[in-house]
Design a protein around this ligand. Structure first.
Ligand SMILES: Nc1ncnc2c1ncn2[C@@H]1O[C@H](COP(=O)(O)OP(=O)(O)OP(=O)(O)O)[C@@H](O)[C@H]1O
Length: 240
């Protein structure tokens, strides 16, 4: 079966600093994969490579079977992205934000508006569609960004620290929404975080530390009898 996401032997340096060192993992279609790493692990660098903000001659990336180096437009077309930094136009309504994004993907008219409605429904925020983004709280802004990332019906959804700055209840709600996108809609999800409470035992888990993959498997199996928090701290603890 073609993986939803495939990363093979990916390395990246900032000058002399190695940010990613021979990173290899694949995510099966429709799986929720948590990419867990402390600050500086290399998650943002990996996202920059996955979204082609950066390119590297070292290693391969494929999105739903499309190679990022040889057919980048096809690969990018199959991907939805939610970046760490907020990217809505606060002076536009939710619907206007999504319509603008749809147009960038060549979608307009009834097709665009049907897809926008479906995406807003998926994140349970259609009733807020005519409000300006500025009037929404952080959780609803994030939901809008996730809805926007779904308009072109991607196979793979990448989220980089999507819950940053949100309170515990809102983090839980967003995490649940995104788990549902994998479980119900069959979207392959890569969820980058440094927060162990966002990872469920049934999730696929890739632990990244200092640019290298430390562990890759089922979260529940990897943590064993320890809490994931304890397990993660033991793996990534810096020597005093
Ligand atoms: N522009 C840059 N120049 C030099 N080094 C950098 C640059 N950007 C990142 N790094 C270094 O590369 C490593 C990986 O950084 P990266 O931002 O990818 O990690 P991260 O896991 O996303 O961390 P965070 O959660 O803090 O964003 C770190 O050691 C960081 O200091």
């Amino acid at each position: 079966m073609t993986p939803g996401l495939s990363v093979q032997n990916l390395s990246y340096n900032y000058g002399a600093r190695k940010a990613l060192d021979d990173v290899t993992f694949t995510v099966e279609p429709g799986a929720f994969c948590a990419l867990l790493g402390p600050n500086g692990a290399g998650k943002s660098t990996l996202f920059a490579l996955l979204t082609r903000l950066f390119t590297t001659a070292s290693g391969q990336i494929a999105i739903a079977g499309h190679d990022m180096t040889t057919v980048p437009r096809r690969a990018l077309a199959r991907m939805g992205v939610v970046f760490q930094a907020q990217t809505l136009d606060l002076d536009l309504t939710i619907r206007q934000n999504l319509t603008y994004f749809a147009a960038l993907h060549g979608l307009s008219g009834r097709d665009a508006s049907n897809r926008i409605d479906a995406s807003l429904d998926r994140l349970a925020i259609r009733d807020r569609a005519s409000e300006k983004a500025r009037s929404l709280n952080g959780g609803h802004r994030r939901r809008t960004e996730i809805a926007r990332a779904l308009i072109h019906q991607p196979d793979v959804l990448l989220l980089d620290e999507a819950t940053v700055g949100l309170d515990a209840a809102t983090r839980e709600a967003i995490t649940t929404h995104v788990h549902d996108l994998a479980a119900t809609d069959g979207i392959t999800v890569l969820w980058a975080t440094h927060l162990t409470d966002e990872v469920r035992d049934t999730d696929r888990l890739v632990i990244l530390h200092q640019g290298r993959i430390m562990q890759d498997g089922h979260a529940g199996t990897l943590r064993g009898d320890a809490s994931l928090q304890q397990h993660f701290l033991t793996l990534t603890a810096k020597p005093a």
